[in-house]
Design a protein around this ligand. Structure first.
Ligand SMILES: Nc1ncnc2c1ncn2[C@@H]1O[C@H](COP(=O)(O)OP(=O)(O)OP(=O)(O)O)[C@@H](O)[C@H]1O
Length: 249
């Protein structure tokens, strides 16, 4: 469903991603691990098409189409949705207004999701203005549920979230991934896919992962079973990255 081919990205003249290759199959959940500064967020931002991420070479293929040069809104229309680490404040734009503006015609009950995420009282507030870290995550999830994409790019969905809310957020992500979108490639398979960045792996208590990648210094150095990878990272850190590169790629 999503394929990244030999992607090289620069920010301000510095190479941040160096020949990244990665695939996310339709209906699968892929996890992206890697140390701080490895380029994980940059990869998600590039996939979504944000400015400042200069694609030097390589391709991004989504549902068989080359989207490398498409704008953010064109990618969103095709079914890509993102939860970023630091979404901007939108002074003067109420959350309710934003949610109804991005709502697509779908069967998902956004009001019910707002209630479930305990976001009803935030609907009249300006988007992200004064929101706590956990509130921002819930607001982002609410927006994603309204957009109803079929490819979820989730950047550390559990960071800054208290232990009780992690369960709510994890379960909501799982439900969203299992919900109906209208942008599938193969209608005979489960549709929604995800590429999730996590350091702690807490979100994997609620979402079943299929494939994992480790990014180090802007390059994919390892791929494999995400739960096994997480265990190895927890016991050995990222020091084994290079060894893994020799062994598994
Ligand atoms: N706008 C920018 N200007 C300059 N450098 C940037 C910019 N955005 C990102 N970088 C650099 O790109 C590198 C990759 O950053 P990125 O945020 O993708 O890392 P990450 O793997 O997501 O890290 P973390 O786990 O800490 O979130 C870092 O060295 C960062 O400083």
């Amino acid at each position: 469903m999503l394929e990244v081919k030999d992607l090289v990205v620069e920010i301000g003249g510095r190479t941040i991603l160096n020949k990244v290759n990665l695939k996310v199959e339709q209906g699968s959940t892929t996890v992206l691990f890697g140390p701080n500064g490895a380029g994980k967020s940059a990869l998600l931002m590039t996939l979504m098409g944000f400015s400042g991420y200069n694609i030097v070479s390589g391709q991004i293929i989504f549902k068989g189409e080359d989207i490398t040069n498409l704008s953010v809104d064109e990618r969103a229309k095709r079914g890509l949705g993102i939860m970023t680490q630091r979404p901007p404040n939108m002074t003067g734009v109420k959350l309710e207004t934003l949610v109804s503006a991005i709502s697509t015609d779908n069967s998902l009950d956004t009001e019910a999701v707002a209630k479930k995420l305990d976001m009803e009282r935030f609907m009249e507030r300006d988007v992200n203005v004064g929101f706590s870290g956990g509130e921002i995550k819930r607001s982002e999830l609410l927006q994603l549920s309204a957009q109803n994409p079929c490819m979820y790019l989730l950047d550390e969905p559990e960071s800054g979230v208290d232990l009780v809310s992690i369960e709510e957020i994890g379960k909501t992500i799982d439900e969203l991934l299992k919900s109906r979108s209208n942008c599938f490639v193969d209608h005979n398979r489960r549709g929604n896919s995800a590429l999730i960045i996590t350091h702690t792996g807490q979100v994997l208590d609620y979402v079943e992962p299929d494939m994992g990648y480790i990014l180090c210094n802007g390059a994919v150095v390892c791929k494999g079973h995400p739960r096994e990878m997480l265990k190895e990272i927890k016991s050995q850190g990222y020091g084994e990255c290079i060894k893994c590169k020799r062994g598994q790629l």
